[in-house]
Ligand binder design. Structure first.
Ligand code: UD1
Ligand code: CA
Length: 449
């Protein structure tokens, strides 16, 4: 069965009090919209259609950043959820299969739930995702009789009796795409809000002799975001879920509640994450690596057996091979550390290639930026970079070469050579004693006067 996803993302999200459209606010470093699109991708949709309206250009760009094939339609006036889904009509031309409607501001619908909805279509013409709400509040209510879904009533239009129903509408709907479009054509806006309600398709379908059913999910999956406070709540919910999943997959988290992961963090079995580690987007940690406390990682790859931190910072393009060590107050950006290479203290390595087994001494800096351009530093295998070496890029250090501590290295160093780029030491016998005596005498005179 082919699937077309229709993701509603036209709303402004007034209560966010933001210039940014609601669906582009981030949870775990990804726009909410991406979370919804990612869940839908598990169904291997033939096409994904995003309905944009408020700040449509930004929403379209973001949707296509996640999925370059995503089709975007514009709903220039937000006249209701049914009106929004209707806008997808032109992009459904030539499509034969099921349409599944998702909301861009409801990021936590699980893949399993969507798969169950797709399966439930075998039994019902229209499938609605419902949940038992602890506090049903203003959600639409599902009116059922046995297995059958009779209709959905919006809170604003509901009687007291209907408001007492705790089975609520998540908004997610599945139906044959052509049937859905024909049902939508009949939806009217003669209701309390004066909007075209998507949920009205249930009653219209039944009037045509079609059947409607409900798939149930946990309330947590339907969590929607309408305000900054709810955004923070969604972040917390996401973090709790990913921590639990990582531990279930065999990752040690010493203090799970102190670590923050990104939407796409990948960590292998038997990796160990100490407290207070922050993951930005694009991080892969392989099995058995150890990330020590207070490290900050983004856009990087850490291989098996590597040890990072405490207090390390891995920035985008940091690539650590197996058994590398990156210690405290070391920052690595766009740099490769070969197998067993070490940079243990107070170092910046940017735009660099470091060969296997090389040791980078404390306080080493790759001077990669001349104020306009970035330049590369290349260090061979088993090199020894003395403490406090400034490597002024572009520069190459050969295999097995050494640099003296405190050197400013501006020229390439041949394999096996020792490079010293610092002033020669001079010694003045007795000078310090005489200087101190002179200074102390001066102070004594001042104190008297
Ligand atoms: C909707 C449902 C309600 C359900 C609830 C679950 C309707 C009429 N009501 O109510 O039964 O319990 O969701 O959260 O569908 N959108 C558009 N264009 C529009 C209107 C909405 O794209 O013209 C998008 C919004 O950006 C949002 C989603 O559709 O992502 C839901 O719209 P919203 O106005 O929040 O619906 P609710 O009133 O919450
Ligand atoms: Ca809503």
């Amino acid at each position: 069965m082919s699937i077309a996803l229709i993701i509603l993302a036209a709303g402004k999200g007034t209560r966010m009090e933001s210039d940014l459209p609601k669906v582009l606010h981030r949870i775990a470093h990804a726009p909410m919209l991406w979370h919804a699109m990612r869940a839908g991708q598990s169904l291997e949709p033939e096409r994904s259609i995003v309905v944009a309206g408020h700040e449509a250009e930004q929403v379209a760009a973001s949707a296509q950043e996640f999925d370059p094939e995503a089709r975007v339609v514009i709903q220039s006036e937000q006249l209701g959820t049914a009106h929004a889904v209707r806008q997808a009509g032109p992009e459904l031309e030539g499509f034969d299969g099921d349409a599944i409607v998702l909301y861009g501001d409801t990021p936590f619908i699980s893949q399993e739930t969507l798969e169950e909805m797709a399966r439930a279509r075998a039994e019902h013409d229209v499938v609605v995702l419902g949940f038992e709400a602890a506090d049903p509040g203003r959600y639409g209510r599902l009116v059922t009789e046995g297995d059958a879904l009779i209709r959905i009533v919006e809170y604003k239009d509901a009687t007291d009796e209907e408001r007492a129903i705790s089975l609520c509408n998540s908004g997610v709907v599945a139906a044959d795409a052509a049937v859905l479009q024909s049902l939508l054509a009949e939806v009217k806006n003669d209701n309390a809000a004066g909007e075209y309600y998507l949920p009205d398709i249930v009653e219209i379908a039944r009037a045509r002799g079609l059947s409607a059913g409900v798939v149930h999910c946990a309330e947590a999956e339907t969590l929607g975001v309408n305000s900054r406070a709810e955004l923070a709540g969604a972040e917390e919910a996401f973090q709790q879920a990913i921590r639990a999943r990582l531990m279930a997959d065999g990752v040690t988290l010493q203090a799970p509640e102190t670590c923050w992961f990104a939407w796409d963090t990948v960590i292998g079995r038997d990796a160990e994450i100490e407290p207070n580690v922050i993951f930005g987007p694009g991080v892969t940690i392989e099995s058995g690596a150890r990330i020590r406390a207070f490290s900050h990682l983004e856009g990087c790859h850490v291989s098996r057996g590597a040890i990072v931190g405490p207090f390390a910072r891995l920035r985008p393009g940091a690539e650590l091979a197996e058994h590398t060590h990156v210690g405290n107050f070391v920052e690595i950006k766009n740099a490769y550390l070969g197998e067993g290479a070490k940079a243990n203290h107070l170092t910046y390595l940017g735009d660099a290639d470091i060969g296997e087994g090389s040791n980078i001494g404390a306080g080493t800096i790759t001077c990669n930026y001349d104020g306009v351009f970035k330049h590369r530093t290349t260090i061979g295998r088993n090199a020894f970079i003395g403490s406090d070496t400034m490597l002024v890029a572009p520069v190459t250090i050969g295999d097995g070469a050494m640099t003296g501590s405190g050197s400013v290295i501006t020229d390439d160093v041949a394999p096996g050579a020792l490079a010293l780029g610092r002033a020669k030491q001079v010694e003045k016998p007795g000078f310090a004693t005489r200087l101190f005596d002179m200074l102390k005498a001066k102070k004594a005179k001042q104190n008297k006067g």
